[in-house]
Design a protein. Structure first.
Length: 200
């Protein structure tokens, strides 16, 4: 894969290649604006939120193909890894644009009404509007928490104030901790599918 011009595995202070997928960073030349997460330092929140064994259900993986092009375009526009967007959608809605949670979150990326309004969404069930707003919000959270993927995901689930109030660490809420673990597991599976497309 190192010879493939589409991908570059870097081994420098910002990016390093590791034997396990958790620390592997892939730089895809198709997404030049995508910012990568630095390798986790010992004791960091990302180390605490190592991905678990959860895998993308086959039925959800099949539905993902409908949105692959839209996710790719949105990822490039917003500078967010497409694999991360896919992971959030997988965990949030399983690619069901009409999904609605008991808390009132709606659509592919399960936008709460306030978040949808913040990004100018007029129809949260519209996949394009929902995807664009969700990716923009994810980009905002990554910027706010210094590209710490685990903290951005925790904030996506529990709110940015919850993360800030707990000293920029993953809040001690079982739901949020499980969510971060689940999304990171999906992220790494989607990342693997990018390297080995037939695996997902």
């Amino acid at each position: 894969m190192a010879d493939d011009p589409q991908f570059r595995l870097a081994d420098d202070p910002q990016y390093r290649m590791a034997s396990n997928l958790q620390d592997r960073v892939v730089v895809d030349s198709r997404y030049p604006m995508a910012r990568r997460v630095n390798p986790p330092a010992a004791g960091s929140s990302r180390r605490q939120a190592a991905p678990g064994k959860q895998t993308v259900p086959p039925a959800v993986a099949a539905r993902a193909s409908r949105y692959r092009a839209a996710v790719r375009a949105t990822a490039q526009a917003e500078g967010v890894e497409p694999e991360l967007i896919h992971a959030v959608i997988t965990a949030e809605s399983g690619y069901d644009p009409s999904a609605r949670s008991h808390k009132g979150a709606v659509g592919l990326m399960q936008l709460m009404p306030g978040t949808a309004a913040q990004y100018g969404v007029t129809n949260a069930r519209d996949p394009t509007q929902n995807l664009n707003a969700g990716a923009r919000h994810l980009r905002y959270l990554l910027d706010k928490f210094d590209n710490d993927m685990a903290l951005a995901l925790a904030a996506y689930n529990a709110g940015e104030q919850a993360v800030s109030l707990h000293g920029n660490r993953i809040p001690p809420y079982p739901e949020t901790r499980a969510y971060v673990q689940r999304v990171l597991a999906y992220y790494h599976q989607h990342l693997l599918s990018t390297l080995l497309p037939r695996s997902l």
